[in-house]
Ligand binder design. Structure first.
Ligand code: NAD
Length: 308
């Protein structure tokens, strides 16, 4: 097995080694960069544990005949060409439901920071000020609408939290189980544009698929209510960043918080410099506990594959 270990500290080979001591599983720990991927095929790993910043394309699967499985140590698996993997007999696993609470908490943290203008007020106090009027214009959350785009595990965890703030919850997700809205007292909207227009806060929780790439395009972003807060903790490419720049320049939305960017690692310079944009480095999934769970579950999946 080859374990992708960015920065030397991610999925630790010790997880697999300890678990599989004496099992005959040969674990190699490598810090992979995208440029090393073609070379990886020469090592002929039977299983790869993969971090989401590395892509495995059809070319890789064509080269690597010994690979039996790829375990994505992440929820998303859009960075692996699953069709090509399947055609080559390679199973692709992912870890679907770790870190749900972490991402939901992070989404709330980003939204509240924007709504309550925490960053701006903190800078004001640090600059020697003590003037509550710097908060003028902040609107009450209770009674306003939180719009959830993609109401799966994370979307629902966010919706529950928003509900506990006294907010009305509406969601757009054409695929989620019918009855989800009734069970929780949420509103289901069948039009993304209607949801964006009705919400004071919008948070995005869809997987990245051909259908959701640039789901929030120029036309969608233009329907956001003036002053709304948009939070994306799903995948960067779900939001068209160039279109976002345009609507921000025109004054709507009020603020945008992104944990993910279209071209990771890093973000476009204009995003870093924009005063109404709040950024975190794809860290929403993280807590000591969620990382331990991710490592353990990835290693367990790999070990099961290798044991046959
Ligand atoms: P999930 O599969 O439980 O939920 C996704 C929901 O999106 C589903 O209900 C699905 O029906 C819906 N959906 C799919 N296509 C849609 C479309 N075109 N329009 C509207 N809704 C659509 O997934 P999850 O565990 O809730 O994860 C959601 C996202 O969060 C994924 O993109 C994942 O990659 C991302 N994520 C990010 C982090 C992070 O650290 N930022 C961590 C974990 C997961």
């Amino acid at each position: 097995a080859v374990v992708d270990a960015p920065d030397g500290g991610y999925v630790d080979s010790a997880d697999l080694e300890q678990r599989e001591a004496g099992s005959g599983i040969d674990v190699r720990l490598r810090v992979l960069s995208q440029s090393e991927v073609p070379d990886l095929a020469r090592h002929a790993p039977e299983c790869i544990i993969l971090w989401h910043r590395i892509s495995l394309t059809a070319e890789f699967f064509a080269l690597n005949s010994s690979c039996r499985a790829v375990v994505c140590a992440s929820v998303g698996h859009e960075h692996v060409d699953t069709e090509a993997a399947r055609a080559s007999g390679v199973a692709v696993y992912h870890v679907p439901d770790y870190g749900v609470d972490e991402v939901a908490d992070h989404t709330l943290a980003l939204a509240l920071t924007c709504v309550r203008r925490v960053r701006e007020l903190d800078a004001h106090v640090r600059g020697g000020g003590w003037e509550w009027r710097r908060a003028e214009g902040i609107r009450r959350l209770r009674g306003s609408t939180w719009g959830v785009v993609g109401c799966g595990r994370i979307g629902q965890a966010v919706a529950r939290r928003a509900g506990s703030f006294g907010m009305r919850v509406a969601f757009y997700d054409p695929y989620v189980h019918p009855g989800t809205e009734k069970a929780h007292g949420w509103s289901r909207l069948w039009s993304l544009h209607d949801l964006l227009a009705a919400s004071a806060v919008v948070s995005v929780h869809v997987p990245l698929t051909p259908e959701t790439a640039h789901l929030l395009d120029r036309a969608a972003l233009e329907t956001l209510a003036a002053g709304a807060v948009l939070v994306n903790t799903s995948r960067g490419a779900v939001v068209d960043e160039e279109a976002l720049r345009g609507v921000l320049d025109e004054g709507r939305p009020g603020a945008v918080a992104l944990d993910v960017a279209e071209h990771e690692p890093g973000v476009a310079a204009w995003l870093r410099e924009h005063p109404r944009v709040l950024l975190t480095p794809h860290s929403a999934f993280y807590s000591v506990e969620s990382m331990a769970e991710l490592r353990c579950r990835s290693a367990r999946a790999a070990a099961q594959v290798l044991r046959g």
